[in-house]
Design a protein around this ligand. Sequence first.
Ligand code: ATP
Length: 248
Amino acid sequence: PSVRPLLAVNNIEVVYADVILVLRGLSLAVPPGQIVALLGANGAGKSTTLKAISGLLKTEDGAITRGEVLFDGQPIQGLEPEAIVRRGIFQVMEGRRIIADMTCLENLRLGAFTRPRADRGRIAADIDMVYQYFPRLKERTGLAGYLSGGEQQMLAIGRALMAKPKLILMDEPSMGLSPFLVQEVFHIIRQLVADLGVTILLVEQNARMALQVASYGYIMERGKVVLDGTADALAQNEDVKEFYLGGG
Ligand code: ATP
């Protein structure tokens, strides 16, 4: 509470196609340098929340009709997605969305698209940095479409890092991965936050894993937050255990 949140979503309402009300007064805050988890059942509005922050809502005929999104204290709702990337927010989409007929290296370079050409030396150094976190990406010289699911997820995260974002919005990084790979990806996510000071808003179906890496969590139902607290408190909460942690 003493530090200003890097991201503050204040009481937003989101409508698709002018009529479908999906977010109904959603608020959340993400402090700098932390991982915050956004949890909830299918259709609760988690992906919509990320798109409302990144400006990608527009591409699906959605709009923020009330409330505000503040990044670093500045309102960003209504900005174009590219302008939001330039401010320092990068979304890793659900289903990874890497470019299948480009190589790993080309995909990584694409992540740096908003950086000036004069940054070229640093971009090369950042590609090496991504390879340090994900050594397998360096070994894969073929087209990204031939990578395994886990490697594609790593590439999607690596591509986000190439934008040098302050905030990464991650939509279901565990989706389609084996339990072993989920562990590996989350381990690396935690490392990135510790090493680079990047901040992460993490949307996950895998609530158990998410609460292990996050410091704070929000639980959404039908377009608004119904419960929030420290990750430890949520993991101990009886309702959370029953509905989101499989009774464990
Ligand atoms: P999931 O885990 O299934 O992605 P979610 O919590 O991320 O769920 P959203 O994808 O944000 O939920 O969807 C919330 C609601 O908004 C759902 O009822 C969905 O059908 C609806 N919705 C999502 N995208 C659109 C769209 N482009 N146009 C109309 N309705 C949409």
